[in-house]
Design a binder for this molecule. Sequence first.
Ligand SMILES: *[C@@H]1O[C@H](CO)[C@@H](O)[C@H](O)[C@H]1NC(C)=O
Ligand SMILES: *[C@@H]1O[C@H](CO)[C@@H](O)[C@H](O)[C@H]1NC(C)=O
Ligand SMILES: *[C@@H]1O[C@H](CO)[C@@H](O)[C@H](O)[C@H]1NC(C)=O
Ligand SMILES: *[C@@H]1O[C@H](CO)[C@@H](O)[C@H](O)[C@H]1NC(C)=O
Ligand SMILES: *[C@@H]1O[C@H](CO)[C@@H](O)[C@H](O)[C@H]1NC(C)=O
Length: 506
Amino acid sequence: MADIPVGSCCMLVLVCFQVLSADVHRGHYIAAVYEHHVILNPNPAAITSRRSALQLMNRNLDIYEEQVIAAVKQGAQIIVFPEDGIQGFNFTRTSIYPYLDFIPYPDSVTWNPCKEEYLFNDTEVLHRLSCMALKNQVFLVVNLGTKQPCNHSDRHCPPDGRYHFNTNVVFSDSGTLIARYRKQNLYFERAFDTPPEVDYTVFNTPFAGKFGVFTCFDILFYEPTVKLIKEHNLKQAVYPTAWMNQLPLLSAVEFQQAFAVAFNINLLAANIHRPDLGMTGSGIYTASESFIYYNMEDDKGKLIVAKIPITPRRETNNNMHTSFSNSPMDHQICRKEDQEAHCEKAETGAQEAPPIFHGEMMYDNFTFMPIMEAEGEIQVCSNTLCCSLSYQRLFVSKELYALGVFDGLHTVHGTYYVQACALVKCGTLDYTSCGQEVTKATERIDFQLQGNFSTAFVFPLLLKSGITLDFADYLGWEKNHYVMQKKGASSGLITAGLYGRWYEKD
Ligand SMILES: *[C@@H]1O[C@H](CO)[C@@H](O)[C@H](O)[C@H]1NC(C)=O
Ligand SMILES: *[C@@H]1O[C@H](CO)[C@@H](O)[C@H](O)[C@H]1NC(C)=O
Ligand SMILES: *[C@@H]1O[C@H](CO)[C@@H](O)[C@H](O)[C@H]1NC(C)=O
Ligand SMILES: *[C@@H]1O[C@H](CO)[C@@H](O)[C@H](O)[C@H]1NC(C)=O
Ligand SMILES: *[C@@H]1O[C@H](CO)[C@@H](O)[C@H](O)[C@H]1NC(C)=O
């Protein structure tokens, strides 16, 4: 081995590093999200001073600062924090006041709170965040409560003369406030106001172009989320949330992935970590890969850092597997049920069709049919939606699965119109347990699930044992049916669902 002079060794390393770091970023960027175990005010309804509000918020901000540093060490160019992560939740309109920062319209002034600290009063939180972004040269997306004085000439202005907004702010890597988004679809947040006009917020980055911004419950609605993505043809979105998980169809990671896949978008989703309140589930999602955190076991927050392609590409096999019938509708087994289902019993000599029953799933009245055989084809309908399933069980366990359909207005904890087809594992072997929350399963099932939806917006859910995620082999429209197909899964199935949102009927 020849001796290499120290100087040239260092040169070599330096050159290699430069080539590598340029190459690392070609067509990709590095994103981070932090699932934050928020330190909560034990008595959020009590009135407190700005000073003690800042004390509590600074304890959360101390953790934010550590995580920003850790993320940047791993190369992150942008980091996203969850909704309500700085001040917490369950305030009243009066008790939240000391927690609110003042924020000017970012488009009316160019403001760098770190460099121009004294331009406005009551901006301590923004100041600290801006300095974090500047010092670490990273794009920073954070949710906080803000106040905005208004005049009574504005007919939306609340009687106390100010708006309270649930707000996301974005700082560039130089600490400039470049965007703000005021949450449109509040989720029973009595401390906050809906903005007088809808915010459609995008911001630009040098590493991945435009990002869209929305918050938590917004993900289920057309305004602003869907409109924003379509109008700006977005490929990236940041999404602070404080989401309470609801199985079988609306667990945080399950729906976040479905959203990224449905819109073929990269989604950076940061949730609160409070297992005691059912909140966990964050991730960095591309259309074909998910980097997630889900932990109901302990109180640990989590930093997720991932390198993802700037242009998301769905990598599902476009050739349908042929072992399934190409049109299961041709020889379906189904039954007449009220005025709901009407289809032909075409298969002669087939076993008796499985029973149809009703069950409550996530407060909606689903129509269910159990799967009874080792393989088969079934169909259930509700209103104008018919869902059909071809299935092949890889081994038949002592677990009950049922195909459920719902086509109607959901009215509990929010009002929105749902069309859903879902193959779910039931809680027990009893039909009444179908639709319950289940987190473990052993049975692996090859399936093709489809429905004749009346909306183009269908979110494909595929949740496996232990709240892990999988991707379908095939997804897409076949004439007027949306189809999902999966074969060869490696773990037990909890939910395979097609969750449609018919926004016009909300
Ligand atoms: C907030 O309020 C909701 C409902 O009012 C309650 O279920 C939840 O436990 C409360 N959370 C905290 C942290 O107090
Ligand atoms: C900030 O508040 C102080 C004290 O109330 C006041 O004198 C000052 O004019 C305010 N500054 C701005 C920029 O509003
Ligand atoms: C309220 O109206 C007055 C008079 O028109 C104006 O000077 C002031 O800037 C307005 N304040 C806000 C917060 O819009
Ligand atoms: C669910 O719907 C069916 C059929 O429309 C109806 O017979 C049943 O009473 C409903 N169940 C509940 C709990 O509303
Ligand atoms: C879905 O299929 C069923 C049964 O074929 C039919 O009655 C229903 O009208 C269809 N719905 C739509 C929206 O086409």
